[in-house]
Design a protein around this ligand. Sequence first.
Ligand code: HAM
Length: 418
Amino acid sequence: MALTAVKGFNDILSDESLRWQHIEQTARRVFELNGFGEIRVPVMEKTELFCRSIGDATDIVEKEMYTFTDKGGNSVTLRPEGTAGVMRALIEHKLYAQDPVAKLYYMGPMFRYERPQKGRYRQFHQIGAEITGVNDPLADAQVLNMLTSFFREIGLSEPTLQINSLGCPECRPAYRTALRSCLEERIGGLCEDCKRRFATNPLRILDCKVPGCIEKSAGAPSVLEHLCSSCNDHFSSVKRYLDLSATPYSINSRMVRGLDYYTRTTFEMVTGLLGSQSAVAAGGRYDGLISQLGGPSIPGIGFAIGVERIALLLGNQQFTSSPDLFIATMGAGERDIAFSLMDGLLKSGLRVEMDYEGKSLKSQMRRADKLKARYSVVIGENEVATGSATFKRMADGLQSDAALTVAGIHSLIMKLEQ
Ligand code: HAM
C-alpha cells in the first residue's frame, strides 16, 4: 500500500511555502515593531499542563488531544495550543524576575484531533503573541491594535474584530447561575454535548453551532449585563482605547471561547469566507492562568492567528521567488564559465539559475520563462572570446550589452531597474 501522510496532517509545498513565509515575515515585522521577542517552546508537554490550563471540561481536553504514554511511563501531549507552554516556560525560567512585563511571540505546529475539513486540520499552525505582567486595559488595546495591524499589513481587510468580556471569578459565577436558570427548562431541546455542558460549562452552550441549541439559547442573558464594576470599567476602557486609535470592532456578547483560562476581554477576528471555520485569529485575557500553573499572580493577554486560514484567505496571490538572471549556454565549452559566473553572482547576492544538464538552447529558454527570470543571457564562443554578452529583459525583450563579470552584470541591472 502506498504510504501517505496521516489524515489531517498536510505537506506545505514550495508555492504554498512562499505564502507562509510572507505571513510569518509580516507577523515578525509587526510584532517586533511592537516590542515582542520570539520564544520557542517544545511541541510536546506533560499532559497535566493542558488539563490545568485549557480546562478538563473543554472539547480540546476531553476529545481532541494527542496524548500518549512515553517509554518512561509519563503521560505526554502534543500541544493543542501555544499559550500554556509559553506560560510554563515563563514560570520555569522566572522570566518575570528579569522584566515584570514580558512580550513574547511564537509560531509553529499545534495538534488537535478534530474532524478535518477546509480550514480545520489535525496538525495546524499558529502564530501567537502574549503580554504578561500588565493589568491595564492599555495592554488589551495594544494587543488588539497589533493584531489589526497584522491584518492590514498582510493585505486582508475582510476579517472583522469582535470583542467581548467574560468577567472574572468575582462575577462569572452569578452569570453562570443566571444562564443555567434560563436554560434549565429548555434543556430537553439541547444537543447531547450541550446537555453535558449545562452541568460542566454552560457558557459553551452559547457557542454551539447545532441549530436546535442556537434556537434554545436565543434570548439568554448577556454576560455583559452581569459584569462586576471593575470588569465593566476595564471593558469600557478597552473600547475607549480602541476608539482612540480608530480600530474598528463590534461587540459580540455571545462569544465564549473554547478554553477555560480566559477572564475579562476576549476577541476573535472573524471572516465570512471560510464557511464554519470563521475565526482566523482569537485570544483574550487570562489573569488567573499563571498562578493556576504554580507561578506568581501575574496577569496576561494574547492571541493566536491560524496560519492555514490566513493562507486560504490570501488565495492565489503570487509570492514568487523568481531568479534575477538565467544563464543559458550554447555548448558544453561555455558551461565552466557560466558556472563560475553564477557562483560569483550568487555570492554577490543576485539570484541566478543556469541549465544543469546540457539541454538545447530552446529548452533552456523555456526554463527561463517557466522560472519567470527577470533577465536572461546566452553565452556562446563569441561571448567567451569578447568577454561581453547581450542581456535580455524578459518582461519587454529590451536588449543591452554588458561585460561578463559580476561587476558588469550588477551595474547593467542597476541601470535598467532605475
Ligand atoms: P484558539 O481559538 O483555540 O485559541 O485558536 C486560535 C486560532 O487557531 C483559531 O482562531 C484558528 O484560526 C486556529 N485554529 C484552531 N484550531 C484549528 C484547526 N484545527 N485547524 C486550523 N486552524 C485552527 C488558542 O489557541 C489560544 N491559545 C489563543 C490565545 C493566545 N489566547 C491567549 N493567547
